[in-house]
Design a protein around this ligand. Structure first.
Ligand code: CAA
Length: 386
């Protein structure tokens, strides 16, 4: 797929090549087996860290690569095009916990966590959702009660990517009281480490896609968290999460585009090789129109994403553009993987070709980090906010 619409710098081309080579050499060989077995590859974190891919946007003083958002997304698409499960690990770690500590953390928190996170010694996770609070995130009920120099956290977090592997989980909990409910303004963000008394990993989900990326519940049973682990203002945690999710949504858009692009590439190759009625099926207009629509969707999604990411790199607000990017890219991933299966016919429906995996992996991009419906709410609200 041509990148002609988005001229890459020399540095971006080098990062793209490094990511592509890594994905082909290290991820591709076992990707189908890991998906089938629902198995996380323990060597993934040190391998990504060796490339600097776990501290892509962290400043060099914290052992990061100091890259901008656009360059990070170029690498992320390459990883997602081969292994979407590896891509979500990279996306969550780089977009949410590391960026939250960098933007809102104290100097001491940055020094304590960021270099180890960039080096892959500490993996990050983000714990906002709960069994009863998904799209309505501000309705979360995990409670944090101040007790001397500590906070006591009680509750259950759901759908936590890497929650069983993480050494730093950015978890949201209510700091208001039942008698003085403050909604979105009564929530704090806490840096939770798995050694805290009362921390417990709950059930691991058995998923349709992204099967080699672990997703778990986390239980906080009167877990004692030192006050030094509170991120910024203990009543602003929800705002920090919303602002950070804008960045996260760009990452998910890049992941979705990577999945879609991979499906398109398989379909293009297949249509050139597969012969029916005496000629390659790419010569039938029915197939050409599908491939044309697929390529247009991927290109348009990528163009929107890089326009949004460039705006972020210029320091401009991207609330609406981040939601538009994620909405469009995730719909593209679903549409393109569906059509790729159609182009391959029966071969697309079985595991001989990877498109059925792409299709399964694509679906979650319309759900996590805000469903497509929530993205539309954010986009529509912004229309009236001006
Ligand atoms: N930037 C800054 N502030 C923001 C903001 C943003 N992008 N979005 C909201 N806020 C502020 C609002 O200004 C408001 O502040 P005030 O109190 O000062 O007015 C406050 O946050 C509350 O905002 P809303 O009134 O808009 O809140 P709401 O309850 O109506 O909900 C929502 C807003 C957009 C629906 C939000 O709840 C949402 O995004 N829901 C989806 C949650 C989500 O994306 N979850 C993903 C979890 S992570 C994950 O998927 C797991 C993983 O590991 C990958």
């Amino acid at each position: 797929m041509s990148w002609a619409l988005i001229p890459l710098t020399e540095e971006q081309r080098a990062i793209q090549r490094a990511a592509r080579d890594f994905a082909r050499e290290e991820l591709e060989p076992g990707v189908a087996d890991r998906d089938r077995d629902g198995r996380f590859d323990d060597s993934l974190v040190p391998k990504l860290a060796a490339l600097g891919f776990l501290g892509m946007m962290l400043p060099e003083r914290y052992d990061g690569l100091g890259l901008d958002t656009c360059t990070y997304l170029v690498a992320l698409e390459e990883i997602a095009a081969v292994d979407a499960s590896a891509a979500v690990l990279m996306s969550v770690h780089n977009s949410l916990p590391t960026q939250m500590i960098l933007r809102y953390g104290s100097d001491a928190q940055r020094e304590r966590f960021l270099p180890r996170m960039a080096r892959g010694e500490v993996l990050g996770a983000f714990a906002l959702s709960e069994p009863e609070a998904g799209s309505d995130a501000a309705a979360l009920s995990t409670r944090a009660v101040r007790d001397g120099n500590d906070w006591i956290l009680s509750g259950t977090k759901a759908w936590v990517t890497n929650g069983n592997l993480a050494g730093a989980i950015l978890a949201l909990a209510r700091t208001d009281t039942p008698g003085d409910y403050k909604g979105a303004r009564g929530i704090g963000t806490f840096i939770v480490t798995p050694d805290l008394p009362g921390f417990r990993v709950g059930r691991k989900e058995d998923k349709l896609g992204l099967r080699s990326s672990p997703t778990v519940q986390l239980h906080f049973d009167e877990m004692r968290v030192p006050a030094s682990n509170v991120l910024g203002d203990p009543s602003h945690g929800f705002i920090y999460a919303m602002q950070s999710l804008e960045h996260g949504r760009l990452g998910i858009a890049a992941q979705a585009i990577g999945i879609a692009r991979a499906a398109l590439e398989v379909a293009v190759r297949y249509a050139a090789e597969r012969r029916q009625f005496g000629k390659p099926i790419k010569e039938f207009q029915a197939i050409q129109f599908k491939l044309a629509d697929m390529a247009t969707k991927v290109t348009a999604s990528r163009a929107l994403l890089y326009a949004a990411a460039a705006a972020r790199d210029r320091g401009e607000p991207i609330t609406q553009f981040a939601s538009m990017s994620k909405l469009m890219a995730s719909d593209t991933a679903m549409a393109v993987t569906t059509e790729a299966i159609q182009v391959l016919g029966g071969y697309g429906y079985v595991t001989d070709y990877p498109v059925e995996r792409y299709f399964r992996d694509a679906k979650i991009t319309q759900i996590y980090e805000g469903t497509s419906e929530i993205q539309r709410i954010v986009i529509a609200r912004e229309l009236y906010a001006r």
